[in-house]
Design a protein around this ligand. Structure first.
Ligand SMILES: NC(=O)c1ccc[n+]([C@@H]2O[C@H](COP(=O)([O-])OP(=O)(O)OC[C@H]3O[C@@H](n4cnc5c(N)ncnc54)[C@H](O)[C@@H]3O)[C@@H](O)[C@H]2O)c1
Length: 366
């Protein structure tokens, strides 16, 4: 198959969908790979490395879309790309269709086959192409939280692990899923006193077995949360209720019970946030202060660490890319029910229930 990897054009997106390692695997299997010039630079890969791995570099995004049967990307196509997508072309990328009517309309019109990373789903209902980004965001939440706890950044001025003879910082993590677990490991590793709250007792049981001694688990309810926030230094929001807006576990009235300089990092902000006063921010201006409490609410945290995020993402996507290139989308999806769940829009038809419902469109069979 002819596989194309364009340079991402969304603002501040430095990830790339294929690394030279991915190109090498595709070439070994006899595929032809086009990569747009400088596509990998933001993630640390030079054009020369792609050429060494067997890619053919193309100067423009139009060339890549024009010559490829399958396009592998990171973010959803944005407006200037809509016209480049061709009839029957296979696109494998994050789409998040339900949040964009113009994108959905454009992809229906293109007659392309749109396979979305975010809806590829394993039998246990986990989302293998979302997990790596949650891992990155979870780990980053502590790094960012530690930074904003510094006095010049608006925080209390406390070091997460303290030093001998001082108290350790108290880190509260709401939600013990992928984000919460990675956040807890990082905070514990830096020596903080960590408490993870979740409503799943099974999850709390698991966490209490695998976490180091400076991590405690606690059932998540309003009473426990109100008690903890009065002495917390850093609070991480990592709650998810699939398919729904995150519940507001920290409400506006609770801010007055926190100490000045407390830092809130709401990772769940992309699903509406679990801290009522959080509003999405960007890496240019990541934090704001309400009632002396610092709020960090960047909606695409992994974008700040493309060297890590690109490798984490492509480790998870490459096996599917190889399958799609080897078998074509029809046979690959027929053989792999998890991958088939990624099909959202196929040759002008909406085939994913969530997208059809979001825009009141008919749900059609493939
Ligand atoms: N901002 C970013 O850049 C970024 C990046 C990746 C993921 N995220 C977001 O982070 C959030 C968490 O993702 P995840 O992969 O960890 O999800 P997950 O499904 O692995 O974990 C969510 C956890 O929340 C728990 N939960 C549900 N209701 C709760 C409650 N009332 N109190 C405490 N816990 C509760 C669940 O039991 C589950 O363990 C999602 O909204 C995801 O979209 C954001």
């Amino acid at each position: 198959m002819i596989v194309g990897c364009p340079k991402e054009i969304k603002n501040n997106e430095n990830r790339v969908a294929l690394t030279p390692a991915g190109v090498l695997e595709l070439k070994k299997r006899g595929h032809h790979v086009y990569v747009q010039e400088t596509a990998g630079l933001g993630s640390g890969y030079s054009d020369a490395e792609y050429v060494d791995a067997g890619a053919e570099m193309l100067p423009t995004i139009e060339d890549v879309y024009g010559k490829s049967e399958m396009i592998v990307k990171v973010k959803e196509p944005i407006e200037p790309e809509y016209e480049l997508v061709r009839d029957d072309q296979l696109l494998f990328t994050y789409f998040h269709f339900a949040s964009s009517a113009p994108l959905t309309k454009a992809m229906i019109k293109s007659n392309a086959v749109c396979l979305a990373y975010e809806t590829v789903e394993l039998a246990d209902r986990s989302l293998p192409l979302l997990v790596p980004m949650s891992e990155v965001a979870g780990r980053m939440s502590i790094q960012e939280g530690a930074k904003f706890l510094e006095k010049p950044m608006g925080g209390k001025g406390i070091l997460l692990g303290g030093v001998p003879g001082t108290r350790r910082a108290s880190v509260i993590i709401l939600g013990g899923g992928v984000v919460g677990t990675q956040a807890a490991y990082m905070a514990a590793g830096l020596g903080a006193d960590v408490t993870i709250l979740d409503i799943s007792l099974n999850r709390l049981r698991y966490l209490s077995q695998v976490m180091p001694a400076n991590v405690s688990t606690l059932y998540s309810n309003e009473y426990n949360i109100r008690n903890l926030i009065t002495t917390a230094d850093l609070i991480v929001g990592a709650v998810l209720i699939p398919g729904a807006k995150a519940p507001s576990l920290i409400t506006r009235d609770m801010l007055k019970d926190m100490q000045p300089g407390t830092v809130l990092v709401d990772v769940a902000v992309d699903q509406g946030g679990c801290i009522e006063t959080c509003k999405p921010t960007t890496h240019e201006d990541p934090a704001f202060v309400i009632d002396d409490v610092v709020h960090y609410c960047v909606a695409n945290m992994p974008g700040a660490v493309p060297f890590t995020s690109t490798v984490a993402l492509t480790n998870a996507t490459l096996p599917y890319v190889l399958k799609l290139a080897g078998l074509g989308w029809k046979e690959a999806c027929a053989n792999d029910a998890s991958l088939a769940k990624g099909l959202n829009v196929v040759n002008g038809k909406v085939v994913y229930a969530g997208v059809a419902e979001a825009f009141d469109l008919p749900l059609e069979a493939i």
